[in-house]
Design a protein around this ligand. Structure first.
Ligand code: GDP
Ligand code: ZN
Length: 359
């Protein structure tokens, strides 16, 4: 694997000169967790962490490396964790803004060239929602392409295409069926070698199915890497930046899915009004529609009044929302903790204040 396969450009090389002079090497983040990243260098996959200095100097969460970022890396002598000294300037960035705080944005994907905005041509078709996704794409700096999926389920695809062209003037529109791969060839012109493509769209529109169709047989080979964990065991890690057979890079990260939930706007209640309407009839208010007695949802599925597949996507969305809520909760707690840490630290540095407090 060479860097040019990962999208390295002469422009990046120019930017990298100052880091090269310090003996650092370039790498691209293929998976980002809060504290540790997985990066690809010329020499293969590595675990990497930002240096203490980086952490100290950072002014905002958006400065931390995200999936798709190019970073300047100091390789350790042995097999250990590499140190990230800098993040190169981003061509584009998808930022999830924390509610009520425009500055505390977190980058969920960086250096995306093209974003496939996926929408379904089935019952969920909603031009207003598509409009918001287009706005999010333009915001990021990536080039949007509208992918209208589930062509096989569409009653009036030509009419729907006209409708989306009205809310997204100038944005290319491609209709496909990810399930049977028809129309997928129409996406080839954006999937050129070294280009980074990401998928964005509401839950259930077919992003995973499309990702699988694009990855083809290669998914298993490229998607998972074996990595030594701290105890020397092999663990399988999923990469969130993968090389497609065409040489393009597919960025598929939970962060983008999360962004989908936010940008999707009107929430579960509206999109799944049918399921939620039935669920309101369950005997227990906290019914999980599994084994509970008096479950109206299971009854509706058994009677054929509710589509089992629709229930499945609703469940999936519920899980994603739950995951999102848990993550947010953790983030709030972490922010609170670091605030107190800072307060304690400043007290240690100001013995007078400490004395004053004791009195
Ligand atoms: P995601 O939440 O956006 O990742 O959506 P998934 O890829 O999980 O797809 C949601 C559901 O839609 C699954 O049951 C898929 O099999 C189905 N699906 C995806 N693409 C198509 C398609 O082109 N045609 C049809 N009929 N179903 C599709
Ligand atoms: Zn129920």
């Amino acid at each position: 694997m060479s860097l040019s396969n990962l999208g390295w450009t002469s422009e990046l090389a120019l930017q990298f000169q100052i880091h090269q002079a310090r003996g650092l090497v370039p790498a691209r983040v293929v998976r980002g967790d809060r504290d540790r990243c997985l990066v690809l260098t010329d020499g293969g996959v590595r675990a990497a962490e930002v240096t203490g200095r980086f952490r100290h100097d950072a002014q905002a969460p958006s400065e931390f490396p995200a999936v798709g970022d190019w970073v300047a890396l100091q390789l350790p002598d042995g097999d250990g964790v590499a140190a990230i000294h800098a993040v190169l300037l981003r061509r584009s960035a998808f930022v999830r803004r924390a509610a009520g705080d425009a500055t505390a944005g977190q980058v969920v994907a960086a250096n995306v060239d093209v974003v496939f905005l996926v929408a379904g041509l089935d019952g969920d078709f909603n031009p207003r929602r598509i409009e918001r996704y287009v706005a999010a794409a333009w915001d990021s700096g990536a080039e949007p392409v509208l992918v209208l999926n589930k062509l096989d389920l569409a009653d009036d695809p030509d009419g729907q295409i006209v409708e989306v062209e009205a809310v997204a003037p100038g944005v290319p529109v491609v209709a496909v069926s990810a399930l049977d791969r028809s129309g997928i060839d129409g996406l080839a012109r954006w999937l050129t070698a070294g280009r980074t493509v990401a998928l964005l769209g509401s839950s259930g529109v077919g992003k995973s199915t499309l990702a699988n169709a694009l990855l083809g047989e290669e998914r298993q080979a490229t998607g998972a890497v074996r990595e030594d964990d701290s105890r020397g065991r092999h663990t399988t890690t999923h990469r969130e930046l993968m090389v497609l057979p065409s040489g393009a890079l597919l960025l598929d990260t939970p962060g983008m899915r999360e962004l989908g939930l936010w940008s999707g706007g009107e929430g579960v209640a509206e999109v799944f009004a049918d399921v939620e309407g039935v669920a309101a009839e369950c005997r227990y208010r906290d019914c999980r529609h599994e084994l509970e007695p008096g479950c109206a949802v299971r009854r509706a599925v058994a009677e054929g009044a509710l589509d089992a597949e629709r229930l499945a996507s609703w469940r999936k969305l519920q899980r994603e929302l739950h995951w999102l809520a848990v993550r947010q909760d953790q983030r709030l707690r972490a922010a609170e903790e670091s605030k107190w840490k800072a307060i304690h630290k400043s007290m240690k540095h100001h013995p007078k204040a400490e004395r004053w407090r004791r009195n």
